[in-house]
Design a protein around this ligand. Structure first.
Ligand SMILES: [Mn+2]
Length: 287
């Protein structure tokens, strides 16, 4: 097991068929951390409201988090919009897991990062909730088609993972504008707060980048891209793609990759990581 200082996860969407809990558990088996931040949309109550789906894997994840918190890791949960019902529990604890509305994490090298889910910077969710729900349902459909496509690819013995959802988002101009607008408004907010950066989620588009002097970091998701952010002991932040246990795993970093990290780089992950992809809402923005 690899010891890192911090693990940042978001948009796991437990309670949906699209949730890739098996891959997430495989990632967690290989990463131990002092801090674990769960940055929203961990449990998808919107989907559970439509139909109950709760396989053993999803329970295992919750149990693992409770266990890590009990054994001394600091586990912090920031609810998102799909688990917004839990926002009223901000300031309380669930087992040893702290529930907060947002927080600031100081990295080992002294950078102060705002932690939030980030849906308040999404104009669609904020002002047109029904549009967001509609977008959520079409996204679910897309992910199901994606699963079917992966199955067909496996039957045809085609290697690798190709994401229909990712492809659609790269091709739909509205989705790209949406991601760009979101990143800019989050970065603007963080700059005004006088912080060094932000770690958020919500738009399912994992990245570590500089936007006008602040570090913008998005964890991505565990329904399609299977990405996490880790902080190493020296404060270096890294985007980890965990597409499957022994293949397709890759990393990107905000510093030069170390020897070990460089050895796990895979072309697919590099290509996918560089593309802007995976916004949950394939809808045009109004206004
Ligand atoms: Mn969200």
């Amino acid at each position: 097991m690899k010891k890192v200082r911090t693990i940042f996860l978001s948009d796991i969407h437990l309670g949906t068929r699209a949730c890739q809990a098996d891959r997430l558990l495989s990632f967690l088996r290989e990463h131990d951390a002092e801090y674990v931040y769960l940055l929203g949309d961990i449990i998808d109550f919107w989907s559970l409201g439509r139909a109950i789906y709760w396989p053993p894997d999803h329970n295992t994840f919750i149990q693992k988090m409770l266990k890590r918190a009990r054994h001394g890791a600091r586990v912090v949960f920031v609810p998102g919009n799909h688990d917004e019902a839990l926002r009223e529990y901000a300031g309380t604890q669930f087992g040893d897991i702290e529930v907060v509305r947002d927080a600031v994490h100081t990295t080992a090298d002294g950078r102060r990062l705002l932690l939030m889910h980030g849906d308040e910077f999404d104009q669609v969710t904020r002002h047109h909730r029904w549009v967001a729900v509609l977008g959520d349902m079409s996204y679910s459909l897309l992910l199901r088609l994606n699963a079917l496509l992966s199955w067909i690819r496996r039957k045809l013995h085609r290697s690798g993972y190709w994401s229909l959802a990712g492809y659609a988002k790269r091709k739909v101009k509205g989705a790209l504008d949406f991601i760009y607008g979101y990143e800019e408004s989050v970065a603007h907010h963080v700059r005004q707060m006088g912080l060094d950066g932000v770690v958020c989620g919500h738009i399912h588009s994992a990245v570590i980048k500089d936007i006008g002097g602040v570090t913008y970091i998005n964890c991505g998701d565990w329904v399609d891209s299977c990405t996490a952010i880790v902080e190493h002991g020296d404060g270096r932040l890294e985007l980890v793609h965990w597409s499957s246990r022994d293949a397709e795993c890759g990393v990107e970093s905000d510093a030069e990759p170390s020897g070990a990290a460089a050895a796990t780089l895979q072309p697919l992950s590099l290509v996918r990581g560089r593309d802007r992809e995976l916004a949950p809402l394939l809808v045009e923005r109004e206004g």
